[in-house]
Design a protein around this ligand. Structure first.
Ligand SMILES: Nc1ncnc2c1ncn2[C@@H]1O[C@H](COP(=O)(O)OP(=O)(O)OP(=O)(O)O)[C@@H](O)[C@H]1O
Length: 262
C-alpha cells in the first residue's frame, strides 16, 4: 500500500434493515489531512470506527496501516491509532489525574493502574499537555475540568503513543466560541506539522475545519456526495447537496463559513 494509511474498497456496513454505509471507496495517504463532513446520521462515526479498527465492514475491504481488517490482531493495531472522541472522553474516570489520563495511553488503559509510571512517559505526557495549553492542569482530576480542557486532555492522550493515524470525531462539539477557536488553532498547528500523523476529522460544521487540512469527504445517507482536495470539494453546490439545504458558503482567508440562503 506504500503511503496509504487507510484504504476502503466497496465498503458497506449494514445493521438489520439499515444501511449505515453503502459501497464506499476512500483512501488516505500519509501526508493528507481529511475532514469528513455530513449531517446527523450520514455515517461519519461509522466510517471512523472502521478506520479505528473498532468495526468490521459487512462487505468490502478495509486496510488500515497496511493491516487488513478481519485478518489482523486489532489489539496490536489500535495503539498505532490515536482516537479522540466523546466516547473516549466519557470513559475517563472522573477521579483520574489529568497527567495519568495522558500517560496511561502508553499502556493502552484508561484508569490509573500502576503506582509509578516510567519518568520518560510522565515527561512526555507533561510535554503534550503543555503543547495543548493544559499543562497547568496536570495535577487536577479529570472531573474538575471544563469541556474544552477535557477535549484538549484527550487530544494529548491520543498523541501519547506517537500514532501513525489520528482520528478526531467532532472534537469541537460542545465548546463555546473561544474554546472552538482555540481547538481549531491547535489542530491547525498539528495539521501543518509535516511530522504529524495522517489525520481524519469528523464534523458537522465547515467553521470547524482547521487551516492545513487538505482533503474533504462529504457524506449523506451512507453515501459519498464528493471527495477530493478540500478546495475542489467544498463548494456551495456540494455542501447544499450534502445537507439538503440551499446554502451559501463563504471563505475568509483559510476559514470557511456557511449559512442558509434567505
Ligand atoms: N447498530 C445500529 N443499528 C441500526 N442503525 C444504526 C446502528 N448504529 C448506527 N445506526 C444508524 O446509522 C446511521 C449512521 O450513524 P453514524 O453514527 O455513523 O452517523 P453520524 O454521521 O456519525 O451521525 P451524527 O452526526 O449524528 O453523529 C444513523 O442513522 C444511525 O441511527
Amino acid at each position: 500500500m506504500e503511503d496509504l494509511v487507510i484504504r476502503m474498497d466497496g465498503v458497506s456496513v449494514r445493521r438489520a434493515a439499515t444501511t449505515l454505509l453503502s459501497d464506499l471507496d476512500w483512501s488516505v495517504e500519509l501526508d493528507e489531512r481529511w475532514v469528513v463532513l455530513g449531517p446527523n446520521g450520514a455515517g461519519k462515526t461509522t466510517l471512523l470506527k472502521l478506520a479505528g479498527a473498532e468495526l468490521h465492514p459487512t462487505t468490502g475491504t478495509v486496510d488500515v496501516l497496511d493491516e487488513r481488517m478481519g485478518r489482523t490482531n486489532v489489539f496490536e493495531l489500535r495503539p498505532r491509532i490515536g482516537l479522540c472522541s466523546t466516547a473516549v472522553t466519557g470513559r475517563v474516570p472522573g477521579d483520574e489525574l489529568v497527567r495519568d489520563v495522558v500517560v496511561s495511553a502508553g499502556y493502552s488503559v484508561l484508569g490509573r493502574w500502576r503506582e509509578e509510571y516510567e519518568s520518560m512517559d510522565t515527561d512526555r505526557a507533561t510535554e503534550l499537555l503543555e503543547a495543548m495549553g493544559v499543562g497547568h492542569l496536570a495535577d487536577r482530576t479529570f472531573a474538575t475540568l471544563s469541556e474544552g480542557e477535557r477535549k484538549r486532555t484527550v487530544l494529548a492522550r491520543a498523541m501519547m503513543t506517537d500514532p501513525e493515524l489520528l482520528l478526531l470525531d467532532e472534537p469541537a462539539a460542545g465548546l463555546d466560541l473561544g474554546g472552538r477557536e482555540d481547538l481549531v488553532s491547535r489542530l491547525s498547528t498539528l495539521a501543518l506539522d509535516p511530522d504529524a500523523p495522517a489525520m481524519t476529522l469528523v464534523t458537522h460544521h465547515v467553521e470547524e475545519i482547521p487551516p492545513g487540512f487538505t482533503h474533504a469527504l462529504l457524506l449523506r445517507e451512507g453515501g459519498v456526495v464528493a471527495r477530493g482536495m478540500l478546495d475542489d470539494v467544498l463548494t456551495e453546490d456540494n455542501l447544499s447537496k450534502t445537507f439538503d439545504q440551499d446554502l451559501v458558503l463563504q471563505r475568509s482567508g483559510d476559514r470557511y463559513f456557511a449559512r442558509r440562503r434567505v
